[in-house]
Design a protein around this ligand. Structure first.
Ligand code: NAD
Length: 487
């Protein structure tokens, strides 16, 4: 078991404060080389034992995670349980239950060209893997992929986000207490540390974060032809048609949006609601917001149920989106007040958003919710299709033809019909984006496969191919003619 060491540099080391020195990163990476080869033969029991250690350590530090998340951005403990700890525990339990089955080679039938061969797909560990995480669910999005990485038999270097420092320090303590660094290491730091890590020839990089940084990660990985899983973000639309259950929609959407104060990759970014039900829907949303977080800005700022924006830079960014939209003619339906020094922006509903407002194109990732009235579903779908493919698209409707039409004519990483954000919690569904919102999938067997190489193996039973070896006699040419016709 490794001791708790801080890699954070002294002023004399030449590395910026808060970053891990390159030499230290290189040393850990080298230490994982032999281990990664050794782990190729690791058994399901050995991997399960490691996952159990992680599971138990997370549970043992539950209160410490509550405290750290509160210190970072006043995240309510109930939301730490729901969206940081529970998903890791659930991913771990799922993997512990199913790993033996996932690891089993899959025998496949021969195709007509391969009669005589026994064939199977065998899952081998990729090797040395890098997991880079965003700040918004720093624990969940570091330890969740780590479960899959361990399940697949790899070593890991985890680089959590620097933006929630209390959580990151605690995660580093937990990992260093339970794993030797040649198996699982955690490296703290920001851009310089990420850049040094990305320069190394990892066997797989699993990145969760913004599309902009996703492109940097993919370009760096391309230098070594390292495979990547990119779990990215973007603007996730919600459509509410005239037949939807508005009360249920309002309550569920306000929960999906304002958990973590809108700082969730799959939170509804904006809403298309049918013009005939828009006012009723907005009224329901306002009731829910008042009931959950209080009537006034002051009550909301002091609500124990509403996390803050993560830092002042992001508060200013979000407040600028709001100001820009207002200056161009948008109307605030609820909220609208901000205190940048307190990292607080009221839960805010807005409409009349002009086309040139920045909020139309930028991922909001905060407590603003644009509400757009539509009259023709086809036009709403066209507008969604004009933007990059989203990570999530939500449909609220009791009209099957509208649900079908929206599902078939759009593309998104995942979709809920009459629900939101819960697609993340389903361990038997792939979780991931499409193009701008991501490449590859996480969770359950999909996470296991993301960290595995699917190796094709054939074994000769009887050698049919012999009939095609040279010399190419007339008989063999005739045989080829027959084969070409009968495939
Ligand atoms: P981010 O992309 O800024 O940071 C993610 C990670 O990349 C961090 O560890 C950070 O240190 C590192 N990083 C930042 N800049 C870098 C650079 N120039 N070079 C190399 N590494 C760099 O994302 P964030 O602000 O932490 O998180 C918000 C984004 O993540 C949003 O876009 C959100 O939608 C997305 N997200 C996606 C998912 C998902 O599962 N698809 C989940 C959560 C968040």
């Amino acid at each position: 078991m490794s001791t708790v060491v801080s890699y954070l540099p002294s002023a004399a080391s030449g590395t910026a404060p808060g970053e891990t020195p390159e030499a230290e990163i290189q040393r850990i990476f080298e230490r994982q080389r032999e281990t990664a080869i050794r782990l190729r033969t690791s058994t399901a029991q050995e991997r399960i034992a490691k996952i159990r250690k992680l599971h138990d350590a997370v549970m043992a530090h539950r209160e410490a995670f509550h405290e750290a998340a509160y210190l970072d951005f006043k995240k309510p403990p109930a939301e730490v349980d729901l969206a940081e700890i529970l998903p890791v525990i659930s991913e771990a339990k799922h993997a512990m239950r199913a790993l033996k089955k996932w690891m089993k080679p899959h025998t496949v039938w021969p195709t007509s060209l391969t009669v005589g061969l026994k064939s199977w797909v065998q899952f081998e560990p990729k090797g040395r893997c890098l997991i880079m995480s965003p700040w918004n669910y720093n624990v969940n999005l570091s330890f969740g992929p780590l479960v899959s990485c361990i399940a697949a038999g790899n070593t890991a270097i985890v680089k959590p986000s620097e933006m929630t420092p209390h959580l990151t320090t605690l995660m580093a303590k937990v990992i260093r207490e339970i794993f030797p660094e040649d198996e699982v290491a955690i490296v703290e730091g920001a851009v310089a540390t990420s850049t040094a890590l990305l320069a190394l020839p990892f066997d797989h990089v699993f990145f969760t974060g913004s599309p902009a940084v996703g492109k940097i990660v993919m370009a760096a990985a391309a230098k070594h032809l390292t495979s990547v899983t990119l779990e990215l973000g973007g603007k996730s639309p919600t459509i509410i048609d005239a037949s939807a259950d508005l009360k249920l929609a309002a309550r569920t959407i306000m929960w999906g949006k304002y958990t973590n104060n809108g700082q969730t990759c799959i939170a509804p970014d904006y809403i298309y609601v049918h013009a005939t039900v828009k006012d009723a829907f907005v009224a329901e949303c306002i009731n829910v917001l008042k009931e959950c977080y209080g009537e006034t800005a002051e009550q909301q700022m002091n609500s124990p149920y509403l996390a803050r924006v993560v830092n002042q830079r992001h508060t200013t960014r979000i407040n600028t989106l709001l100001t820009d939209a207002r200056e161009r003619g948008a109307r605030v339906l609820f909220g609208g007040q901000a205190s940048e020094k307190d990292c607080f922006i009221q839960p805010t509903l807005i409409d009349n958003i002009p086309e040139d407002a920045k909020i139309k194109t930028e991922e909001i990732f905060g407590p603003l919710l644009p509400i757009i009235a539509y009259t023709d579903l086809d036009r709403a779908i066209e507008a969604i299709n004009a933007d990059p493919k989203p990570l999530a698209l939500y449909i609220w409707s009791r009209t099957e033809s509208n649900i079908e039409k929206t599902l078939k004519r759009t593309s998104a990483g995942g979709t809920c019909i009459n629900h939101c954000v819960v697609q993340y919690a389903h361990g038997n569904l792939p979780f991931g984006g499409v193009n701008n919102s991501g490449i590859g999938s996480a969770h359950g067997i999909y996470g296991f496969r993301a960290f595995s190489h699917e190796r094709a193996v054939v074994r000769t039973r009887f050698m049919m191919a012999r009939v095609l070896f040279p010399p190419y006699t007339d008989f063999k040419k005739k045989l080829m003619n027959i084969m070409l016709k009968t495939q």
